[in-house]
Design a protein around this ligand. Sequence first.
Ligand code: ZN
Length: 135
Amino acid sequence: MNITHIEHIGIAVKNLEESIKFYETVLGLKCYAIEEVTDQKVKTAFFQVGQTKIELLESTDSEGPIGKFIEKKGEGIHHLAFAVKNLQSALNHAKANDIKLIDEKPRRGAERLNIAFLHPKSTNGVLTEFCSKSE
Ligand code: ZN
């Protein structure tokens, strides 16, 4: 599988600006990028913590995945993302082990990463993401 580290932790928030304040003022982290990912109907804010990032996700559309998540479960941890060396082979490996995939093929995520999600029903309720740097 070749997981190198936890790339990021995705946190669903109602209001990006309000949530950034906690990370900056209380935790003393610096938001280094805000990016809209239209494909996923989210606006994201990033903080670096060692090798790992915190990715805040605000929905730009109540019908999008984060909008639906917040409606169902409220704000909170949304997904866990592992950095892998070879994304397609990691997906193939998961599939071969009967893990249900949301994405059969890598797609483009924030920060120019290639990403793919595993279905939380196969992963103890944790929406799991693999990502790798695109060439
Ligand atoms: Zn993510």
